[in-house]
Design a protein around this ligand. Sequence first.
Ligand code: SAH
Length: 369
Amino acid sequence: MTGATPLLTRLQAQIALSGPISIADYMAICLLDPDHGYYTTRQPFGASGDFVTAPEVSQLFGEIIGAWLIHTWHVIGEPSPFVLVEFGPGRGTLMKDILRTARVSPGFNDAVHPVLIEASERLRGVQAQTLGGDASRVTWHDGLDDLPDMPTLMVSNEFFDALPFRQFVKSGTRWLERTIGIAPDGGLRFQTGINIADRTWLPPDVDADAEPDGAVLEVSLAREAVAADMARHICARGGAALHIDYGHDTTGFGDTFQAVRNNQYADLLAAPGQADLTSHVDFQALANAASAAGAKVSPVMAQGAFLLGCGLLERAGALGRGQAKAQQARIEADVQRLAGDGKDDMGGLFKVLCFAAPARPPLPPFGSN
Ligand code: SAH
């Protein structure tokens, strides 16, 4: 066991008092505890932080998302005014790049009310700093409930993966919840506990009974509830949503719980509050939730295909034109990282979910459903 963090001490006391906790509870405490949580107290992003996200790789990412939003705004009838809301904005880089891109479209730029939904007070400050002059146009909210009643475009990058999920392990005919308890040496450890008698937890589209012993199923009611809320919001007011994250496009089995610190995988339980905790997003579950809430959901695309379909290469070419060779090589490497299929690239692992109010026309580059 490495040096005790304040959260470790607190979790040990809590578990000793009231028993093992779910991965979802562990994650919620580690990420968002007001005094010692990861997002509330640390500086996670960038090369000097714990991990690098797509908007931090290159401005190209936010510019392409911005271009998609402008196009979509035209397709849905140029509502004015409208809300553009980003969930979990991190350093605020994506919104900064979107708003800069928006200046090419005066209609969009005049009509937009930018909103950031962010749980961490500290990160709200960082976002305001990143946005600079644009910060005065932005309002911060805790959730969707109190947003202005207007048509709404939504966007997020690596937001859903940070929402809590639970794991269940197959044991004979039962699915036991994987929980976190206390090891004999006093540290935290995984254990399997309670059987889930309620089989509505099991996803409808997969044959859970056919899985071998030890199979791991990840379920996130939090993520599904948020996707459903977003969809209801858009169906009531008009608009569309674009959510990007890493994960799989169909529900599957496997343990994807991960901790990242200093750009490396870290122990999940050793230093609660000091590493980022995420798991792969089940896009089929999100799509089902949005669809059940009434939205029209497009077929999920890989990030690479989405960015290329939106003109990433053309934009990269324009950005590199007349630049020094080294700068052009950097842009090429960024394009590869964002859209490529290599092991360290984001193009294949990351997926894009788009849904919209039901009566809308097709939203390129998504195929129709
Ligand atoms: N979108 C950013 C950051 C991703 S990290 C990027 O791509 O760089 C996840 C972000 O979601 C952080 O800003 C974190 O504070 C925020 N977050 C996590 N849980 C949240 C919740 N329940 N409500 C609102 N924001 C949350």
